[in-house]
Design a protein. Structure first.
Length: 365
């Protein structure tokens, strides 16, 4: 009897222990299910948020801010369920235009938008997209050429940040106080220009005068310069239609390339899912907004110059255009020479850019 009671007690003990274990497992499973199904609290979302500071130089009213940066940032925040928030600092409020790329690289800003040409010499390969002698019919064309090309070439100079996209101002023109209908008309004419534009003007016989765009209106009104080479939007945005009378269409002389880039450490901190979100939203905004952003501005500026300021639009004949392009070829040759000195096949890159320009000029007529 003693033995039977012992084994009976042992059986009861085992049953109790088994029951306890089952209840514990059920409790753990229930908690896990509850945690899995429980919505993420606002505190948790806040803890997961990545706050990004974006620096650029355009004023807060510029279409680059109102039509590109703000809607793009809002879409990223929405698509990431609030985990990625971008705050824009326009008008040089965080960094000056020529310090933006390096400021992003060092982490002063997390994202930056500015011109490659503001730090000329730092981006030697990318200068190909601003070379004269390559015709871009629109900013849509020039932006697509540049973005496809720079992804294909993947130059080392842009690998120290996460390049999100590039875009361009598209073709610029000559705005002058006297008509320029042929090469002989521009000989010796003082024209405001900087960087590659200055070299270009020297090739066609003009006298480039270096000054910031902000000083051009005053210089033109006082006769210190007789013209300007720049994006079409300056006629309206910088009111230069008030102090010039003629527009010589010259889409082969001018193009400005902008970058949108991100600090690499910040990019890596996003994690794979949010990186995917940023890339997908950025690709959408490049196609739908950024690539052709300047076309609308340029169109409005040109229409205003004609209707409100009665500017005369001069279109060079095909034969005259060829004369101009022939004269700026040394700028292209200089690019190829400089590339060879750093071990890059500049001619191959230049030929590829011309191929892309032909392709997209046909696609976006």
């Amino acid at each position: 009897m003693v033995v039977k009671r012992f084994w009976g007690r042992k059986k009861v003990g085992r049953r109790v222990l088994a029951l306890v274990l089952v209840l514990m497992l059920m409790a753990v499973a229930g908690c896990s299910k509850q945690e899995k199904n429980q919505p993420v609290s606002s505190q948790n979302v806040k803890a997961q948020q990545v706050e990004l500071k974006l620096a650029h130089f355009w004023p807060s009213t510029h279409p680059a801010e109102t039509q590109l940066v703000q809607p793009w940032a809002a879409e990223i925040e929405k698509a990431s369920n609030g985990q990625v928030r971008i705050t824009s600092y326009p008008g040089n409020n965080l960094l000056q235009a020529d310090a933006i790329y390096n400021g992003v690289k060092s982490g002063i800003a997390d994202i930056g938008i500015s011109c490659f040409s503001y730090t000329r010499g730092q981006f030697p390969v990318s200068e190909v997209f601003e070379l004269p002698g390559i015709t871009y019919n629109s900013s849509q064309v020039a932006s697509r050429v540049a973005w496809e090309g720079i992804q294909e070439f993947n130059p080392k100079e842009v690998q120290d940040t996460k390049l999100l996209m590039v875009l361009t101002s598209g073709p610029g023109d000559l705005y002058t106080k006297k008509p320029v209908r042929k090469l002989e008309d521009i000989k010796g004419m003082e024209i405001r220009a900087t960087g590659l534009s200055a070299k270009t003007l020297e090739c066609v016989g003009a006298t480039p005068i270096a000054m910031p765009q902000s000083d051009a209106y005053d210089a033109l009104s006082k006769g210190m310069v007789k013209g300007n080479l720049g994006p079409i939007e300056v006629l309206q945005g910088w009111k230069q239609a008030e102090v010039t009378k003629y527009v010589t269409k010259s889409p082969f002389l001018y193009n400005t390339l902008f970058f949108v880039t991100m600090n690499k450490d910040k990019w890596n901190s996003l994690g794979p899912e949010n990186q995917r979100v940023v890339e997908e939203v950025t690709a959408k905004f490049f196609d739908e907004v950024a690539a052709g952003l300047w076309d609308k501005q340029n169109e409005d500026a040109m229409n205003g110059a004609i209707k409100e300021n009665q500017m005369e639009i001069i279109t060079l004949s095909p034969a005259e255009t060829e004369r101009w392009i022939k004269l700026v070829e040394p700028v292209q040759a200089d690019y190829v020479t400089r590339m060879s000195k750093i071990g890059v096949d500049g001619q191959k890159i230049l030929d590829r850019v011309k191929e892309l320009a032909d392709k997209y000029n046909q696609q976006y007529k």
